[in-house]
Design a protein around this ligand. Structure first.
Ligand SMILES: [Zn+2]
Length: 402
């Protein structure tokens, strides 16, 4: 469920009173007195709380007016996680307590813990693990909470494969724009729709698109959709761009740290952040923690590599069969927000360069887009058939978290 709640002043007062009475003990400061809820000018503002929820995964997003430093803690009796956001103040008009009740979280709440610290508290039901990280532009603090693994009965029939396809950008975000005015958001949506149609020809495929129309979706919501659907595979489709108009070719990415300057630049553009911020992110150690924990969970790095290679190979060979000069830029890795926290093998495909006049011309043609969709489908099918049957029957979806 997607929530973004705003309240009238009257109701906020009511909630403030209820909150004060309900949660008083949790907000006691060291001196034993609750801190007062005062807006501190000049601080980063906590502007809202959103979440997406399933029975085994919950993503909480705290919207902020700027990037923050944070600390994380877990305490028991009652079991809860809390995060202190440094140099922050909380907006008066937001709802500061959201009931979740999904079996993982009871509630999410936030309050002015000290005059310059907003504390976010997650009251837990039962969890296996969690991750927390900050994304930039717009700044938001993301908490992924994973529930305990549910023991599933092995299916007696071949399980359906859930594939989530993500067409990059949309709405007010056109993505990269070609010299002749072609928008990345339009090209990738068309490819995604074509790909869905092709994949649905196989009755075992269940296919979902993160967007089917020209709408904007934040990057963290796209991953949350894939996790919420319990997807087995996640493919994010993009068109590439470079300041050098001669740059061209096809490349496929997976999530990982990189020192490749070009890959960092591509990720910065797709993350909608500056190259400077992207480089600063590489110096942040907590980013590495997220990725490490992501990679350990489900051993999905190996699977993502395999998936990326199948798709890349299929794209290059398919496009090469009918076009000259299709350049194979290979499989690469970088820190893409849209792949953060994805619980399944997941890749990001850069189908061609919209900034290259020749490739922009190709990308504007229906037949080229159809070929790309067929090529991605071909790669996905190769990957799916490479999975041992036992794993497929028992459920590719089983989460091998410890
Ligand atoms: Zn893009």
């Amino acid at each position: 469920m997607f929530l973004n709640l705003k309240l009238s002043t009257k109701r906020i007062l009511k909630y403030a009173v209820i909150l004060l009475l309900t949660f008083l003990p949790s907000y006691l400061t060291a001196s034993g007195k609750p801190s007062t809820n005062v807006i501190v000018p000049g601080k980063i503002e906590v502007k809202g709380i959103r979440y997406w929820s399933t029975s085994d995964y919950t993503r909480v997003v705290i919207d902020l007016s700027g990037t923050v430093e944070f600390s994380k803690n877990r305490i028991s009796n009652p079991d809860r996680l809390y995060f202190d956001l440094m140099d922050t103040t909380i907006a008066r008009e937001i709802k500061t307590s959201l009931p979740v009740g999904d079996g993982i979280l009871k509630t999410v709440r936030a309050g002015q813990f000290k005059h310059d610290i907003v504390r976010v508290v997650l009251d837990l039901e039962e969890i296996a693990d969690f991750n927390a990280f900050v994304l930039d532009d717009p700044a938001r603090f993301v908490i992924d909470v994973y529930g305990k693994e549910k023991i599933k009965k092995p299916d007696t029939v071949i399980a359906k494969r859930k594939i989530v396809i993500d067409a990059g950008h949309g709405g007010h975000d056109p993505g990269a724009v070609g010299l002749r005015g072609l928008y990345e958001k339009d090209v990738v949506l068309d490819i995604a729709l074509k790909l869905k149609k092709i994949l649905l020809a196989d009755k075992l495929n269940e296919v979902f698109l993160t967007r089917e129309t020209d709408v904007f979706l934040p990057l963290e919501e796209r991953t949350a959709i894939a996790n919420k659907k319990g997807a087995d595979l996640f493919v994010s489709i993009h068109a590439n761009a470079s300041p050098g108009r001669q740059a061209r070719g096809i490349e496929t990415y997976l999530l990982n740290w990189t020192d490749n300057e070009e890959a960092i630049r591509v990720a910065a553009r797709e993350n909608h952040i500056s190259l400077k911020k992207m480089k600063a992110m590489h110096r942040q150690m907590d980013v590495m923690d997220i990725i490490k924990s992501d990679l350990i969970r489900q051993n999905k790095r190996d699977e993502s590599i395999k998936l990326a290679h199948y798709i890349q190979k299929s794209m290059v060979s398919t496009m090469n069969s009918s076009h000259e000069n299709i350049l194979d830029l290979g499989v690469k890795q970088a820190l893409f927000y849209v792949l953060f926290g994805a619980r399944m093998p997941s890749v990001l495909v850069e189908v061609s360069f919209i900034s290259n006049p020749e490739e922009e011309r190709l990308l504007s043609s229906d037949s080229y887009r159809m070929q790309i969709a067929e090529a991605i489908a071909g790669g996905l099918n190769k990957y799916i058939t490479s999975i041992p049957t036992v794993q497929k029957v028992a459920g590719v979806r089983g989460h091998n978290s410890h």
